[in-house]
Design a protein around this ligand. Structure first.
Ligand code: ZN
Length: 244
């Protein structure tokens, strides 16, 4: 064998060794670097960090009626599952437990307005509707440093007056496409089944109830298996989009 042939063999062996070393590294890094909104930070040799999204679509996970005694458990479950969600807080409850509103913010959750005392808003005169929404804006701004841009009317009950007042306060009304029926006593299995109907651009209604908290890990796994990521609800459109 000539010196030249040996040199080529050594070179080929060297490249193979390098390739064997490099390929698993490249396969591992995106998973390790996955961020909470499902995007990945992927580093290729000689390149800057490239943000790569594996999301086939974004869904809106929404939770109403917080803060309650279950809110911290929900926050912990969402954080463990790497999910973000929109929390529609009741103003009066938030006033009595501002720390639990700040904890939502600290966990990367989005804060929305769900009225001050959870009344049937369409039955109220305009001045009372305004008071319900404005008081809640004030409390949530005090707790988080920013006034919410999203509003969900209690029971999903709305009318022209409610929408008009919300708009005046810079709030976008957000309803839902899928009702988990956790408020009606649905089991964790039923809540997981309901979340299975989520698709790109769809919003699900949930609450921070124990059965719902228990369902979070499986909901997260099912969404990931379908390439769906938890999105933020855009104040411009009221629909879930990639987190800003
Ligand atoms: Zn509610």
């Amino acid at each position: 064998m000539s010196t030249r042939a040996i040199a080529i063999l050594v070179a080929v062996a060297g490249v193979s060794l390098l390739a064997a070393w490099a390929i698993p590294t490249r396969r591992e890094s995106p998973r390790l670097a996955r961020t909470v909104d499902g995007t990945s930070l992927r580093r290729e040799p000689g390149q800057h960090v490239v943000k790569k999204s594996p999301c086939a679509g974004y869904v809106g996970l929404t939770f109403d009626d917080s803060p309650t005694g279950n809110t911290q458990d929900l926050i912990d479950a969402l954080r463990s599952a790497g999910l973000r969600a929109t929390m529609f807080n009741i103003g009066q409850r938030a006033q009595n437990n501002q720390a639990l509103v700040r904890a939502q913010l600290d966990a990367g959750l989005w804060i929305g307005n769900h009225s001050f005392t959870h009344p049937h808003l369409p039955t109220l005169p305009e001045a009372q509707v305004r008071s319900q929404l404005q008081q809640t804006q004030d409390v949530l701004q005090q707790a988080t440093g920013a006034a919410p841009r999203l509003f969900r009317p209690p029971y999903g009950e709305t009318n022209e007056t409610v929408r008009y007042v919300a708009q005046q306060l810079g709030l976008t009304e957000v309803l839902w496409d899928i009702d988990s029926e956790d408020w009606a006593g649905a089991t964790s299995a039923k809540i997981i089944e309901a979340a299975g109907y989520l698709g790109p651009g769809l919003i699900i209604l949930m609450h921070d109830l124990p059965a719902t908290v228990a369902a979070i890990p499986q909901i997260a796994a099912d969404l990931a298996a379908r390439g769906l990521c938890a999105g933020m609800i855009s104040p411009a459109t009221g629909r879930p989009v990639a987190p800003a």
